[in-house]
Design a protein around this ligand. Structure first.
Ligand code: PMT
Length: 404
């Protein structure tokens, strides 16, 4: 089906092993009606030849900023204006760093500076390079500037490592392009999301908390915004930048989160409780730092139940939003998740097994099974960003069913 009919995609290829997949990617984009103009960095040409890319795209490849002949036909400014979408795949750590720094030291980075078209990039590199704080900060910077970050996927890498950093497969990138050009499914919808941990104070310097990093909730906020929703993110203390165009409210304790959520929940179409909210808090907070004493080896802290935020939202009788919970389980995941779905009166629950290393709390990846009344869907291990996109598309689908 010509799902990309007439769409002009400028495919920027940088020098990573995944560049060899770009011939297939180009072919599949063109099968769906897209026009593909390939731009290659010098390093990309070490992995796949311009001749191959010219043959599959049916257009001469652009690779030089200072080539008078190329500038005389379609110069870099014209190229920058031509594209409906600039797709950088594979986007290496080096390309991402140069774009984040605003450099224009080759044709591709100059095009990125010169275009006002949307830019999507599909990171591809060794997993350790991807996890490096410099790369993470660069990716965050580009996401905050509004670039679409598609991937990476996790798995076995060309170098033998296992982890995040694989370019999305050509068909996954085609699907992202198709989704991008479709009308934004969540436009006109408002989504409220909680993320991160809560902190329950014991005394002025100590608290009880958990290992939530906020990554899952922030990825959901980013995906919802990219799908056209207006997004409010109520977050516990985390070390993450706000996604582009998302309104962020910072809280610390479960009670504060409860208050902030209940202030606005009935003004939203969807509520997603991704925060790892402490179930209990100390009955009282000591006024001064609790001192260690010689006569007491043990101390006890009396705890009391926190309000259940998501259950309070689901119990709203007027303007109740479509309510999606998470279930963080270490055993009998399906059974406990389904119990929570019913007990808290949720419309959907995202179950994750947080006992498996490399997913769940404080990781870049996760695997989720969605449950709703009479249905379920498995979303396999993937980066939280990719997963968040799928979750939001499923929320949209269930929301449409419940509204029909
Ligand atoms: O933040 P990351 O490091 O990316 O990790 C992501 C995550 C593991 C935290 C996330 O995927 C997740 O599972 N979040 C929910 C964690 C949790 O508290 O699960 P639960 O099974 O204890 O709670 C069930 C649901 O009730 C959740 O939607 C929770 O937000 C909500 N809840 C719980 C207690 C409470 N007092 N109020 C609530 O609203």
């Amino acid at each position: 089906m010509q799902t990309l009919a007439g769409k002009k995609i400028l495919l920027g290829i940088s020098g990573g092993i995944a560049a060899y997949k770009c011939a297939d990617l180009t072919r599949r984009l063109m099968e769906r009606g897209a026009k593909v103009q390939v731009v290659m960095t010098e390093a990309a040409k070490e992995f796949i030849t311009p001749l191959t890319m010219q043959a599959v795209s049916g257009r001469p490849v652009s690779d030089s900023l200072l080539d008078p002949a190329a500038e005389a036909s379609m110069g870099h400014i014209e190229l920058a204006k031509w594209a409906d979408l600039v797709l950088l795949a594979p986007a290496t750590a080096d390309l991402i760093a140069r774009i984040a720094a605003g450099m224009g030291n080759d044709l591709l980075t100059t095009l990125v500076l010169a275009t006002d078209s949307p830019i999507a990039l599909s990171p591809a590199m060794n997993q350790q390079m991807y996890k490096n704080i410099a790369t993470q900060e660069n990716v965050d910077t580009l996401a905050r500037r509004g670039m679409l970050i598609w991937g990476p996927a996790s798995g076995e890498q060309a170098c033998g490592d296992i982890g995040p950093g694989r370019m999305l497969e050509p068909m996954q990138l085609v699907e992202q392009c198709e989704a991008y050009f479709q009308p934004k499914p969540l436009s006109g919808k408002s989504v409220l999301i909680t993320a991160g941990p809560t902190r329950e104070a014991i005394d002025p310097v100590r608290y009880i908390s958990n290992h939530s990093s906020g990554k899952m909730g922030f990825a959901l906020a980013e995906a919802a915004a990219q799908l056209g929703a207006s997004v409010t993110l109520i977050s516990g203390p985390v070390n993450l930048q706000s996604p582009h165009s998302v309104q962020r409210v910072e809280v610390s304790s479960a009670q504060e989160m409860h208050t902030q959520v209940m202030n606005v929940a009935d003004k939203h179409d969807v509520f997603i409780g991704c925060a790892a909210v402490a179930d209990y808090r100390p009955v009282s907070i000591a006024e001064n730092k609790i001192k260690k004493t010689d006569d007491n080896d043990d101390i006890s802290i009396a705890m009391t139940k926190n309000p259940d935020i998501i259950a309070s939202v689901a119990a709203l009788t007027a303007n109740r939003p479509f309510t999606v919970g998470f279930a963080a389980e270490t055993q009998d995941v399906a059974k406990y998740a389904k119990n929570k779905l019913a007990k808290k009166n949720l419309d959907m629950i995202c179950a994750n097994d947080v006992s498996i290393e490399g997913q769940g709390f404080n990781s870049n990846d996760n695997a989720i099974t969605l449950y709703w009344k009479n249905g379920e869907k498995c979303l396999p291990l993937s980066s939280k960003k990719v997963l968040a996109h799928s979750i939001m598309l499923n929320v949209h689908e269930r929301l449409s069913v419940s509204n029909s």
